[in-house]
Write a protein that binds this ligand. Structure first.
Ligand code: FAD
Ligand code: NAD
Length: 465
């Protein structure tokens, strides 16, 4: 059996693991990363990047279809669009491939050794990797578990045949005529919206009494309106029961307790993701768990000295940029730098239509935390750039502490607001006050102008409403 020794071993080359390994390499740490599938993890291969590529395709298709139907208010007409979904998927796969190569090149540049294979723990310092050429033993001073997450499967609706996960949905080469989406969260609504734009008849079955239960009704309102306009039927408070006897649909129990069958060519199950811990032989370690997730402290340390865990395997929020920030921090800790998790906020974006961004506390969360609040909201209906982009739905909302006027949270819903997350995140991280935001000149005409306007509204003197 081949033996490798190193200072740092990272298990999993998703955004958490590969960023950790790159930063460790930059710091001169002798680093090995093990990956059982493809570099880039869920995010790059079956998550963030491919989903955003397909969302873009759907947006472009919908614009062309609107023009073909003569529905634009500015008189654009075009021929009926046709989409070769096979080509779109090949385009998406090409982007993924380029980014895979990019990650490999960055790891090589940082002098990180890449081992392909599945890792399992023998003890707290030793990992065995099953590679194509046989098992390899890796001894490391520090080990980072960055094994990510996988889709949750419903026992009465296992993946296979017409029942697909997000991974299956992103590989479809034909648009299903009737798509039933179980779970109206991030993935269900991002992909459900995209397929509706591509012409599928989409029905969303959500167990809770509202879609995107993480966000408040003001933020989700414009999404619900748009889903209705796209012809998407949203059934909240509904339970999936299982496939119809003929396998041509889904049986559900509606909010009023009645059973109903939804005809479906594909059933997309997006009811959350679970940590990947199976096969790692965690029984050979003594870790504290948080339910199924690995419990970590503020330095991402587990209950065992020298073993860290980062990213989705440690629980919510399961976001790529959180995993990356944890990975970077852990590399610096292993290098002996004084680091701990000191972030004030992690932006969350839902790439629906319109998009939602949220950083820091929502009004309800801030109230529950006992703060007296000043809240300012500015509608895109009063923003010139939003109007010229034909996207007036939505608003920016700033939540501040009364008295200190420290900004506690910022949310927005609107077309293209994902890019505002940079400004929102910076404001929260820098501890901005309402005056700081109101006093910053924002270029005209941009969606960003709604940000100081919302702060000014909270201060009682918005200019454009
Ligand atoms: P992962 O990316 O899951 O990577 C873990 C890696 O570990 C995998 O490559 C796996 O093969 C490897 N591995 C597991 N076990 C072993 C083992 N025993 N040995 C060796 N290797 C192993 N997040 C966002 O922030 N923005 C988005 O827009 C977004 N969109 C998404 C869309 C979809 C459809 C999905 C599914 C997810 C999306 N996410 C998004 C979530 C994001 O993908 C995850 O938060 C992120 O990938 C987590 O990174 P990670 O490094 O923790 O794990
Ligand atoms: P999610 O937690 O966002 O949504 C799951 C939804 O399914 C919830 O609304 C839940 O109430 C519902 N649900 C659960 N069980 C159900 C059942 N039996 N029947 C009907 N509905 C049911 O999970 P997801 O959409 O699978 O995404 C997983 C994770 O991936 C997210 O938590 C997120 O962190 C990450 N993600 C992020 C992005 C982004 O950042 N833009 C995009 C996609 C995924």
């Amino acid at each position: 059996m081949t033996e490798i020794t190193c200072k740092l071993l990272v298990i999993g080359a998703g955004p958490g693991g590969y960023v950790c390994a790159i930063r460790a390499g930059q710091l001169g740490i002798d680093t090995v990363i093990v990956e059982s599938t493809k570099l880039g993890g869920s995010c790059l291969n079956v998550g963030c990047i491919p989903s955003k590529a397909m969302i873009h395709v759907a947006e472009e298709f919908e614009k062309a279809a609107e023009a073909a139907a003569g529905k634009t208010p500015f008189g654009l007409t075009a021929a009926e669009p046709k989409l070769d979904l096979k080509q779109a998927v090949a385009w998406k796969d090409g982007i993924v491939q380029r980014l895979n190569n990019g990650v490999a090149a960055l790891l090589r540049k940082a002098k990180v050794k890449i081992v392909h294979g599945k890792a399992r723990f023998r003890d707290g310092k030793t990992v065995v990797v099953e590679t194509e050429t046989g098992p390899k033993t890796i001894q490391a001073e520090a080990i980072v578990i960055a094994t990510g997450s996988a889709p949750v499967e419903l026992p009465f609706l296992p993946f296979g045949g017409s029942v697909i996960s997000s991974t299956g949905a992103l590989a479809l080469t034909e648009v299903p005529k009737r798509l039933v989406v179980v779970g109206g969260g991030y993935i269900g609504l991002e992909l459900g919206t995209a397929f509706a734009k591509l012409g599928a008849k989409v029905t969303v079955v959500e167990a809770q009494d509202k879609i995107l239960p993480l966000y408040d009704a003001e933020l989700t309102g414009p999404i619900s309106k748009r889903l209705t306009a796209l012809g998407v039927e949203v059934l909240t408070g509904a339970k999936a029961l299982g496939p119809t006897p003929k396998g041509d649909g889904l049986r559900i129990e509606t909010a009023d307790g009645k059973e109903r069958s939804l005809p479906a060519d594909k059933i997309l199950v997006t009811v959350g993701r679970k940590p990947v811990t199976e096969g790692l032989s965690l029984e050979n370690l003594v870790l504290d768990m948080d339910g199924r997730f690995i419990r970590i402290g503020e330095r991402c340390e587990t209950a065992m000295r020298g073993i860290y865990a980062i990213g989705d395997v440690t629980g919510e929020p399961m976001l790529a940029h959180r995993a990356m920030a944890q990975g970077e921090m852990v590399a610096e800790i292993v290098a002996g730098l004084p680091r701990a998790w000191d972030k004030r906020g992690i932006a969350a974006i839902c790439f629906t239509d319109p998009e939602i961004v949220s950083v820091g506390l929502s009004p309800d969360e801030a109230k529950r935390a006992g703060h007296e609040l000043k809240i300012g909201q500015f509608p895109f209906a009063a923003n010139g750039r939003a109007m010229t982009r034909h996207g007036e739905a939505g608003f920016v909302r700033v939540v501040a502490q009364a008295g200190s006027e420290l900004v506690l949270g910022i949310q927005a819903v609107g077309q293209g607001v994902s890019e505002l997350s940079a400004a929102f995140g910076l404001a929260i991280e820098m501890g901005a006050t309402l005056q700081d935001i109101a006093g910053t000149i924002h270029a005209h005409p941009t969606l960003g102008e709604a940000f100081p306007e919302a702060a000014m509204k909270a201060l009682g003197h918005a200019l454009h409403i």
